[in-house]
Design a protein around this ligand. Structure first.
Ligand code: CP
Length: 309
């Protein structure tokens, strides 16, 4: 049975929340998914709550999804983008945020390239903080929308086989997915080139594979991640072409399996690298359902955290 409220005031990472928190978020998101499919998609739940979206790193999906979720809950919303702000003039993170909060902001959604930046803020300010991705650390709302989308396809995730393919080393999505799926009782395998899989990842209770075909044959769901060239200061793979040849997932690979699996990708997609277009756009792919579910999941998180204020 799920709890009636979250165990935490902030959402800093999946590592810091409980299985009951995750179940409560899913049940709340089920209700909000019904709301956003109505002709009138807006509810008054967060009227008089002001939310600042602070993005110190680029984003398409997460940023728009949070803004839509906030507006559908009737919150007042302010958007901040580091690239057009006084951060460019040398203002510190804490000064920037304290200045924004002095304008009576209640909740902060933050994406930042530094791992731990949202946790640092949580120690210094009073507002609820939601981590929208901090460097290579965690991306908790992505993991929650991923697991919610898997649950829609497969039901209870306990005992289900989930494979995460690609650049595990640099991926906050991979780490948050692992924490979330393990808490829900799923079996998890990570698969990619040895250079892109952290040495001690087995200590998180996951299997490691370097064989794409075998792993596809094993899993119920393939969650395919992008190669994060922007986070690689040295070369981890010989070339993108070679990566696509040995680790890219294409239609002939999927057709060679003796079963149908669910294909996922958090985006942005590198078509023709980790995933071919005929897989990304196939009926096995739920990539756009993931994006749709992101709004309901983020409405649930904002609503539940507002209840902790
Ligand atoms: N999945 C994801 O975080 O995408 P964005 O970087 O576009 O927000």
């Amino acid at each position: 049975m799920s709890a009636s409220q979250l165990s935490t005031k902030h959402l800093l990472g999946i590592k810091y929340i409980t299985k009951e928190d995750i179940q409560l978020i899913f049940e709340t998101a089920d209700n909000f998914k019904e709301v956003i499919n109505r002709p009138i998609k807006k509810v008054p739940s967060l009227r008089d709550v002001t939310i600042a979206n602070l993005f110190f790193e680029n984003s398409t999906r997460t940023r728009i999804s949070f803004e839509l979720a906030e507006k559908r809950l009737s919150a007042d919303v302010v958007n901040f983008s580091a690239s057009s702000s006084s951060v460019k003039k040398g203002e510190t993170l804490l000064d920037t945020v304290n200045n924004i909060l002095s304008m009576k902001v209640d909740m902060v959604v933050m994406r930042h390239p530094a791992p731990g930046a949202p946790a640092f803020l949580a120690q210094h300010i009073d507002a609820n903080i939601i981590n929208a991705g901090d460097g290579t650390h965690e991306h908790p709302t992505q993991a929650l929308l991923d697991a919610f989308s898997m649950r829609e396809q497969l039901g209870d995730l306990a005992g289900k086989k989930i494979a995460i393919f690609g650049d595990i080393l640099h991926s906050r999505v991979a780490l948050s997915n692992i924490f979330c799926l393990k808490k829900l009782g799923a079996e998890v395998t990570v698969c990619g080139p040895p250079t892109l899989i952290p040495k001690h990842i087995g200590s998180l209770g996951v299997n490691v594979s370097y064989n794409v075909k075998e792993t596809l044959q094993w899993c119920d769901v393939a969650n395919i991640l992008r190669i994060q060239l922007e986070r690689q200061d040295i070369k981890y793979i010989p070339s993108i072409r070679e990566y696509a040849q040995y680790f890219g997932i294409n239609k002939s690979l999927l057709d060679s399996l003796n079963k149908k699996i669910v294909v996922m990708h958090p985006g942005p997609i590198n078509r023709g690298v980790e995933i071919s277009s005929d897989v990304a756009d196939s009926e096995q792919s739920i990539i756009l359902q993931q994006v749709e579910n992101g709004v309901a999941i983020r409405m649930a998180i904002l609503f539940l955290l507002a209840g902790k204020r």
